[in-house]
Design a protein around this ligand. Structure first.
Ligand SMILES: Nc1ncnc2c1ncn2[C@@H]1O[C@H](COP(=O)(O)OP(=O)(O)OP(=O)(O)O)[C@@H](O)[C@H]1O
Length: 262
């Protein structure tokens, strides 16, 4: 596979086996992520999505393969030097620090961002719409607000790539829908490449420039939502498309019922 200039990441032949998992969790996975792209990784529980994210950010070493970022091999590079950030499902905030302190913390540790830490933190908190909550503790915020703090904290470090590991799974449906719009707006504003792990078909189809569909450590298809719908690469992928259509029909009929009852 040729590395194109607009490719932000080139993941080549990544494999991973855990001794106690028996079979390979990732089997010679190769794909590219384009600069500024919103790429979702979609697949059932246990198919290797989180393992792939952990390898991309450097928390886990692959058994084979390499990760090329902007043309440079970063497979052995420390996580902090990769210019990537990660947002988890459980927010992972410091419970004993205010919103402001949570966002400021990492900026204050780094000599190059220390002087402007307060200003940057305030700007990022404003970007996620939480300016009026800066002095609150995370425990006093809703789940959606806590996830916004986690996103502001990640954005503040100006990563080139943000990885999301099922960031909406703990949120209610209405919050998830509004967070989708906000996330896309933030991506547009900051031009960040985003890699978004989910097992929610509807979310992946609604958010993504391209979707990578995985099953049992293998890539089944990587394409735009439209092309996946038009030309599913296998019966397995077709079942994802059909499930997504069913979800849409279900929510449309729920909406129709709500409107009828008004
Ligand atoms: N540190 C580990 N040691 C042993 N096995 C592991 C380890 N981490 C993950 N696994 C196994 O690897 C497989 C893939 O796990 P992974 O967390 O990557 O899946 P996933 O697609 O993210 O699943 P989910 O959607 O449930 O989060 C699973 O069978 C899991 O049990």
């Amino acid at each position: 596979m040729d590395v194109l200039v607009r490719d932000k990441l080139f993941i080549s032949d990544i494999s991973k086996t855990f001794v106690d998992a028996g079979t390979g969790v990732l089997n010679h996975v190769s794909f590219t992520v384009r600069d500024g792209e919103f790429l979702s990784i979609l697949g059932p529980s246990g198919c290797g999505k989180t393992t792939l994210l952990r390898i991309l950010i450097g928390l886990l070493k692959p058994d084979t393969g390499s990760i090329i970022k902007d043309g440079k091999d970063i497979t052995g590079t420390a996580p902090a030097a990769r210019k990537m950030g990660i947002v988890f499902q459980n927010y992972a905030l410091f419970e004993n620090m205010t919103v402001l302190k949570n966002v400021e913390y990492a900026l204050k540790i780094r000599p190059e961002t220390r002087a402007t830490a307060r200003e940057t933190a305030m700007e990022m908190i404003a970007a996620v719409g939480l300016s009026e909550h800066i002095h609150k503790m995370p425990g006093k915020l809703s789940g959606g607000q806590q996830q916004r703090v986690a996103i502001a904290r990640t954005l503040a470090l100006q990563p080139e790539i943000i990885l999301f590991d099922e960031p909406m799974s703990a949120l209610d449906v209405a919050t998830r829908l509004s967070m989708r719009t906000e996330l896309k707006a933030l991506q547009k504003r900051f031009g960040t490449t985003m890699i978004y792990v989910t097992h929610d078909q509807e979310e992946a189809f609604a958010l993504s420039d391209r979707i990578l569909i995985m099953d049992q450590g293998n890539i089944c298809q990587l394409d735009t939502p439209e092309n996946i719908c038009r030309n599913p690469a296998s019966d397995y992928v077709r079942s994802f498309v059909l499930a997504n259509i069913r979800l849409k029909v279900d929510s449309l009929s729920r909406y129709a019922e709500m409107v009828r009852d008004v």
